[in-house]
Design a protein around this ligand. Structure first.
Ligand code: NAD
Length: 495
């Protein structure tokens, strides 16, 4: 097979001298500093982006604040929903363009860009659109007895909080950016997005389409650059909430700064070192295809994907034998080739980090399968399985965020739970068993925001998502996000 043909519209978009997207139009960058966007499969620059100055970031926040007060907060919930639906339709019309932009800049397999990133972006935008007309308060009867015969009634209302700062990582920039856009716009908030400096293009393209969808100028703004640009954004006085997705270290620093900025709200979706427990009764042949897909999707660069396997000792030999055979069949190649099963890591910085973990494992002779770095062009490493004997092993403690998974055995459920919870992270976990009673007993004991049974790495807009411990603060999706994007106002009336 060969690479897909790159669309002329994608080539033209990449060739542009991108500025920032503020107040519904392109603004030429004030600084001449540019960041190269590198295709991780070829190591070639495919585009450059601007680095926003403090003044440009503040202009974007000013635009979002003005749009909040003058237009968006006064737009009816029905109309807000309709405009988000229109945006989803436009993403669908331009789906191949978005898929190619994502694959060219992240190394994501073209099939994954099409069927997961872009397809799910559309599903999520439509889901969020539905919430616009369903946000409500409550009425209540005050509880203190009346002294002089007067009566009271009370109600609550939810009001949009204002301008959101959306800071996005590189692994699923379009989809995660749209989670933030959907949450903000459906509740009546406006947003300034700062995409990752590694994968900026798809959100810039989306901002243009938002205007075509009839979303008023200033409701969605995009400023580009690296960490410093993000810092200007969270420090801006008019930001009412920071919605951050990224690493634990950056998330903690952002949380502290946001608190200092007059208690700016924060929600943090951070890293994980997610556990998958394969119980004694599990059918290895039946579970392997699903487990492998969940583990190595996008080369393991998925916050929710498992990196720690706990296998009951009675199943260990069978599991290792069968997973090794299956992993050796994973075909590595160009992400733009539709038959490729495994592409490169998304950027050089991350590639260097994963390489260090692989070297550590090679030095300690822990590699069961994979472990090699591709010698040629591109940031390719093999899907890798490592053997560990202690939960204190750094390879079992630290998030690699790559296709590197470690395996350990367990004997009984108490030991399993104690080992699974021996982590600073608590994003996701899974139990693989046909014994539902066992699963139901284990679920409450697992320290994780999401627990799956016989599945893993599966996000649905109707099911809340977020981490416990160092994996994050707050929940996305379902109705759980609404509290974060709205202020609850209590009203009491005497009559
Ligand atoms: P990162 O923390 O390096 O960067 C994330 C974003 O923050 C980027 O846009 C970056 O430019 C910006 N940033 C960096 N320093 C900043 C600062 N001081 N102030 C403001 N913004 C700043 O993370 P990454 O490498 O892009 O993403 C990988 C990490 O993201 C992994 O740890 C992964 O687990 C996590 N992640 C979590 C989820 C989730 O939903 N829990 C989803 C995807 C990724």
């Amino acid at each position: 097979m060969s690479d897909v043909q790159i669309l002329a519209s994608v080539q033209q978009f990449m060739a542009r001298q991108h500025g920032h997207f503020i107040q519904g139009e392109w603004v030429k960058a004030a600084s001449s500093e540019r960041i190269h966007i590198i295709n991780p499969a070829t190591e070639q620059s495919v585009a450059t982006i601007a680095v926003a100055t403090k003044q440009e970031v503040e202009a974007a926040v000013q635009s979002a604040e003005q749009a909040f007060h003058t237009v968006w907060a006064n737009t009816s919930p029905y109309e807000r929903g309709q405009k988000l639906l229109k945006l989803a339709d436009l993403v669908e019309q331009h789906a191949e363009e978005f898929a190619q932009l994502e694959s060219l800049t992240t190394g994501k397999l073209i099939q994954l860009s099409r069927h997961l990133e872009v397809a799910q972006t559309i599903v999520f935008l439509r889901y969020f659109a539905g919430w616009a007309t369903k946000i409500h308060g409550q009425t209540m009867t005050p509880s203190i007895p009346s002294m002089q015969g007067e009566q009271y009634t009370a109600y609550t209302m939810r009001q949009a909080i204002g301008v959101i700062a959306g800071i996005v990582p590189w692994n699923f920039s379009l989809m995660i950016g749209c989670w933030k856009i959907g949450s903000a716009l459906t509740t009546g908030c406006t947003i300034v997005l700062k995409p990752s400096e590694f994968t900026t293009l798809s959100l810039l393209r989306l901002a243009e389409l938002a205007i075509e969808a009839g979303i008023p100028a200033g409701v969605i703004n995009v400023v580009t650059g690296a960490g410093q640009t993000g810092q200007y954004l969270i420090d801006a006085k008019k930001i009412k909430k920071v919605s951050f997705t990224g690493s634990v270290a950056t998330g903690i620093a952002i949380g502290q700064r946001a608190m200092c900025n007059d208690l700016t709200r924060v929600s943090l979706e951070l890293g994980g070192k997610n556990a998958a427990a394969i119980c004694a009764d599990a059918d290895i042949d039946a579970l392997l295809p699903t487990l492998l897909q969940a583990t190595f999707v996008h080369q393991g660069q998925v916050c929710a994907a498992p990196e720690r396997f706990f296998v009951h000792q009675s199943k260990y030999d069978e599991f290792i034998e069968k997973i090794t055979v299956a992993m050796q069949q994973i075909k590595m190649g160009s992400p733009l080739d539709e038959s490729t099963m495994f592409g490169p890591l998304s950027n050089k910085v991350h590639f260097e980090k994963v390489k260090q973990y692989l070297e550590m494992a090679q030095n300690k002779q822990q590699v069961i399968c994979g472990g090699k770095v591709h010698a040629g062009t591109g940031y390719f490493v093999e899907p890798t399985l490592l053997k560990v004997t202690s939960v204190e092993d750094p390879l079992f403690m630290e998030e690699t965020f790559g296709p590197v998974v470690s395996v350990i055995t367990f004997e009984h459920d108490e030991e399993l739970i104690s080992m699974m919870n021996h982590s600073r992270f608590g994003l996701t976990a899974s139990i693989w068993t046909n014994d539902l009673a066992k699963a139901l007993r284990l679920i409450p004991k697992i320290e994780a925001g999401s627990v799956w049974v016989n599945m893993h790495t599966f996000l649905d807009p109707a099911v809340p998502f977020g981490g416990v411990k160092a994996s994050g603060l707050g929940r996305e999706f379902s109705d759980a996000f609404i509290e974060d994007y709205t202020e609850l106002k209590s009203v009491m009336i005497r009559y």
